[in-house]
Design a protein around this ligand. Structure first.
Ligand code: ACO
Ligand code: LMR
Length: 274
């Protein structure tokens, strides 16, 4: 019989071979007939299934609240410096995206994993915080440079309120809020931050919506899908900052000397650390 060459690639999210492009099992016409929106398209391409409207709406809310946080944050700063160095849109965007990680915008998956494991283990929040401290681990999703109890983050309020109102249950969010109660007693800025709040609410959503098995939920956290939501959302802001710098005709950026403390190697000169 015929010997088929084994395929080099396998793929399961989209197909452009037929008359019409398909996202999952839906043709692009059906995507528009059913008015699936960005949340619906993301669900088909990332999760290979259609999710209920309260979930796709939540995904869209995540993209909106993470879209930008001003020019001062690490990623926007990098994008702006790169734009001002005359680089193209993709380079400036990538330069911003490359800052997304454990301290800035990329704490979602680890926050989801940590809070979920803590809650599932039945650990009391106080004991868990103590255990994390003893093992020298920062709690992902806790802490913010400028937001605090006195200066609350409205993005967190929006996400939290939606999750409380629309998801069947929110045990992981509730656990994270109990942790926040304790960490903010130590320092007012050790709040549940926007990464953490999105992460724990997302776990509550996928665990309670009935569309995923428990194993699929665990996979989503370990695959980095939650950080992907921040990356996708913030790309809107970074592209905005790139266009803004061009519109404003900003020249090459050079950091002012007086904003840098120059420290000599010990013993190599007179300059002393201030
Ligand atoms: N868990 C436990 N303790 C913490 C945490 C945390 N997540 N964050 C800070 N602390 C403690 C530190 O151990 C330190 O304690 P000490 O004074 O006893 O040594 C104190 O708080 C100050 O720590 P800094 O690192 O100076 O705090 P800073 O305000 O600079 O850090 C940051 C802010 C980077 C967000 C930090 O809280 C952190 O790493 N959080 C975890 C990662 C995270 O969630 N990042 C996403 C932020 S939101 C966003 O980017 C969109
Ligand atoms: C953000 O969304 O970029 C921030 O919460 C980080 C920051 O430092 O403001």
């Amino acid at each position: 019989g015929m010997v088929r060459k084994p395929a080099n690639f396998i793929s399961s999210i989209s197909d452009d071979r037929g008359e019409e492009l398909k996202y999952g099992s839906l043709t692009i016409s059906e995507v528009f007939e059913q008015d699936l929106g960005i949340g619906g398209v993301l669900s088909l391409l990332w999760f290979r299934r259609q999710l209920p409207r309260e979930c796709t709406k939540f995904i869209e809310m995540i993209l909106q609240v993470t879209a930008d946080h001003g020019p001062a944050v690490s990623g926007a700063h990098n994008t702006i410096v790169t734009a001002r160095a005359g680089k193209d849109l993709v380079s400036a965007l990538c330069s911003g995206l490359l800052t997304i990680g454990p301290r800035f915008g990329g704490a979602l998956d680890d926050a989801a994993l940590m809070f979920t494991a803590a809650k599932d283990s039945g650990a009391d929040p106080t004991a868990w915080i103590e255990k994390m401290k003893k093992s020298n681990q920062l709690i992902m999703g806790i802490g913010h440079r400028i937001k605090s109890l006195a200066n609350p983050d409205q993005r967190v309020e929006i996400i939290k309120n939606y999750a409380k109102k629309h998801f069947k249950e929110t045990p992981i969010l509730d656990y994270a809020l109990a942790v926040e109660q304790i960490t903010t007693r130590k320092r007012a800025n050790l709040i549940l931050n926007v990464d953490g709040c999105i992460a724990v609410s997302f776990v509550d959503m996928i665990r309670s919506c009935g569309a995923f098995t428990r194993e699929e939920c665990d996979d989503l956290m370990s695959f980095g899908c939650l950080n992907g939501l921040f990356v996708l959302g913030r790309s809107m802001g970074f592209i905005g900052h790139y266009l803004d710098q061009l519109r404003l005709k900003q020249p090459l950026y050079r950091h002012p000397w007086d904003d840098i403390t120059y420290i000599q190697e010990p013993g190599s000169g007179e300059t002393k650390e201030p």
